[in-house]
Design a protein around this ligand. Structure first.
Ligand SMILES: *[C@@H]1O[C@H](CO)[C@@H](O)[C@H](O)[C@H]1NC(C)=O
Ligand SMILES: *[C@@H]1O[C@H](CO)[C@@H](O)[C@H](O)[C@H]1NC(C)=O
Ligand SMILES: *[C@@H]1O[C@H](CO)[C@@H](O)[C@H](O)[C@H]1NC(C)=O
Length: 300
């Protein structure tokens, strides 16, 4: 800890110097254009609080991993940057009141890779990524560890971590996903819209084939239980006899993949076990609850 500080200051100084001029990835970060993200592993072992403060000072945050690809990228950045003796690094996943693990910014995990259920439920407050097996392990927040920061590389188009930028629409999208099969919260269209609004967004409206396909890919599942309807992703379309079809974000209803039904909620289902009739339409239901939804907002 005592000799970690000068290194942090050096990293801060060199990275701030770079970002002042380049306005995106800090020096030494790996730019993964496909995800619109750069990843920086910092070889200055420190506590969680100091690690998060350092990532924030650099314009990012401790990496909040949302996919297998991103987990892999984090390992690659760590292996290339950290000294050979390091085997784990802090990521932005914390233990919430010994109940569950969440992203450090308070959002739910879209993806996880805990080595075991035991690692998930240990009382330690923080989480490290192990470069040998790519798995996540529980760790004390006070223990010194190297850490991995993530930054948006989108220049002006900044999506928060956990949101995905789409270049065609210029918007940020968030998929509320599910990982546990016990006590899964189920949302009506209206409660899902409230959740999106609490994140400064609305349920996603869709205005083109490209946007529909983008969200369909984001929503893809591979479940063997064929719970197609429940696992559909709620979008912002709704319909009433008086108003007709509308989007909850107020944008024009100029693209329509409904089957003609006027329903209270519409979802996208994209699961290899649920294809057939649902492949190219929005599934519709009245007064139904779903496990997942997708929000959309302007970049910050
Ligand atoms: C979590 O559990 C541990 C041991 O079971 C306990 O010491 C700790 O105080 C708990 N933390 C919280 C926030 O409840
Ligand atoms: C990392 O993973 C390897 C392989 O599973 C394991 O032997 C090692 O103990 C792990 N390290 C930590 C710090 O958990
Ligand atoms: C729920 O999780 C348990 C334990 O992980 C597993 O055995 C079971 O098959 C799962 N059920 C469903 C419906 O996925």
């Amino acid at each position: 800890m005592s000799n970690a500080l000068p290194r942090i200051i050096f990293v801060l100084w060199s990275a701030i110097f770079t970002t002042t001029f380049a306005n995106y990835c800090p020096n030494g970060a790996f730019d993964y254009g496909g995800l619109g993200e750069c990843v920086l592993a910092v070889d200055a072992p420190t506590s969680f609080d100091m690690a998060q403060a350092t990532c924030k000072a650099l314009g990012g945050q401790l990496i909040q991993i949302n996919s297998e690809t991103e987990n892999f990228m984090a390992v690659v950045a760590a292996v290339k940057t950290l000294s050979g003796t390091q085997t784990t690094a802090l990521i932005g996943v914390v233990n919430k009141n010994n109940q569950s693990r969440i992203n450090a910014d308070g959002t739910v995990l879209n993806y996880w890779r805990f080595a075991s259920a035991d690692e998930y439920s240990k009382p330690d407050g923080c989480t490290v990524l192990n470069f040998t097996d790519f798995n996540w392990y529980s760790a004390s927040c006070a223990t010194s560890n190297p850490f991995i920061c993530a930054f948006s590389d989108q220049g002006g188009a900044q999506c928060s971590s956990g949101w995905t930028f789409n270049e065609l629409t210029g918007k940020c999208y968030y998929l509320q996903n599910v990982l546990q099969n016990d006590s899964i919260p189920m949302y009506t269209r209206s409660t899902a819209e409230t959740m999106c609004q609490s994140m400064g967004a609305h349920l996603a409206s869709i205005h083109s084939d490209a946007e529909d396909i983008f969200i369909r890919n984001l929503a893809a599942t591979s479940r063997k239980d064929e719970m197609c309807v429940d696992w559909g992703v709620v979008i912002g379309a709704t319909c009433s006899e008086t108003e007709g079809k509308t989007w909850t974000d107020g944008s024009p209803f100029n693209y329509d993949l409904t089957d003609g039904e006027c329903a209270e909620s519409y979802t996208i289902v994209n699961d290899e076990h649920c294809r057939g009739s649902l492949q190219n339409i929005w599934d519709s239901h009245d007064n139904f609850k779903y496990a997942r939804f997708v929000c959309k907002k302007d970049p910050q």
